[in-house]
Design a protein around this ligand. Structure first.
Ligand code: SER
Length: 341
């Protein structure tokens, strides 16, 4: 008998770690954590097993298929947008080929276990691309099907990952003589910039938000790489995990799309700095925009319209900006650096 597990890729990443904590708290003891990096010991302790390996390694994935029954995949592994611009071909390998490999693993699993595999995929605000600032201001909160012309490798990869998921769920081998009985139940979320109190992002372009707060809490000066008026949507990590879990629990017949926007609050970089200065009056924050990274943020919308998620599976964030800062970010980040001091 193969052991039944929930596969979490990118398990050592920001979302992966937070997700594993929540899954474990909800009573799931059968988590299989996969990441190219070792998972921190306290997260590892919540998992059935940890595998350090690469999602583009066919041998490894074949081993997973042979050893485990995997009715559920949370595919969190990715190279984020800034990092991906330095190594676009590597990003494509990880973000696209890696996703393709996991989708293939999932259709194979569906045949083995005789039921559809639920596949949860985090997409991103980076899947959008607005041509200029005036259009961005006019567009306001964008809907899922609008402005899908990303300018970053990461954004292109995420958008294509959404299409691959839809293809594997509804059209896979559509000309084959024998139609597959069970396939993939693919569900994707387009996240805004995520902010965690416990981990720092690596290689993202929305990182100025979390970096500003974490620097201030450590008494370190911070130079923002975007202008004060740069505005994109953000979300506190507990809401990101809540969105992942709510979407995976939603009844299939309630879903009208494969990809859903979710968001919580939109802030300019200056407004984030204001929140930080209220909590840390001595914070030294300055603005020295990096033209290229700023350029990426300028193509991302100011806000995402998440009315489809609200209507179909009752999506609602718990944390608006005030609550995110007052109850989640500031107290936890303060505590984190006191403990580390
Ligand atoms: N936070 C991500 C990034 O900046 C967007 O998904 O790349």
């Amino acid at each position: 008998m193969r052991k039944e597990v929930i596969l979490v890729t990118g398990a050592a990443g920001e979302v992966g770690q937070a997700l594993i904590e929540s899954l474990a708290a909800a009573g799931y003891g059968n988590i299989l954590a996969l990441d190219i990096k070792a998972v921190p010991a306290e997260i590892r302790a919540l998992c059935h097993e940890e595998i350090v390996g690469d999602i583009v390694d066919d041998k490894l994935l074949n081993r997973l298929v042979a050893e485990y029954a995997i009715p559920q995949v949370f595919h969190m592994a990715a190279l984020l947008s800034t990092r991906a611009e330095y190594t676009p071909e590597t990003a494509h390998r990880v973000n696209v080929e890696g996703t393709l490999n996991l989708l293939k693993l999932s259709v194979d699993q569906a045949t083995w276990i005789g039921q559809p595999v639920k596949f949860i995929f985090p997409s991103s605000v980076a899947a959008y691309g607005l041509p200029d600032l005036e259009t961005k201001r006019r567009a306001g909160a964008v809907k899922e099907d609008d402005w899908n012309k990303p300018t970053t490798m990461y954004g292109c990869n995420k958008l294509y990952g959404e299409h691959l998921g839809r293809y594997y769920a509804y059209h896979y081998r559509q000309l084959a003589a024998e139609q597959r009985q069970n396939s993939i139940d693919f569900r994707a979320l387009r996240f805004p910039g995520l902010i965690s109190a416990f981990t720092l992002p690596a290689g993202g372009t929305s990182d100025y938000g979390p970096e500003m707060i974490h620097h201030a809490a450590q008494g370190k000066a911070y130079q923002s790489f975007v202008r004060e008026d740069a505005r994109i949507p953000f979300m506190a990590m507990p809401d990101a995990v809540k969105a992942l879990l709510d979407l995976q629990e939603a009844p299939q017949d309630a879903l009208t799309r494969t990809v859903y926007n979710v968001t919580s609050f939109s802030l300019s970089a200056a407004e984030i700095a204001d929140y930080v200065r209220v909590a840390f009056p001595a914070a030294q924050i300055s603005f020295a925009p990096d033209v290229q990274r700023q350029g990426i943020v300028d193509t991302w919308p100011e806000d995402q319209d998440d009315s489809a998620a609200r209507a179909d599976w009752n999506w609602q964030p718990d944390y608006d900006a005030d609550r995110a800062f007052a109850e989640y970010l500031i107290p936890n980040i303060r505590q984190r650096y006191v403990e580390k001091a």
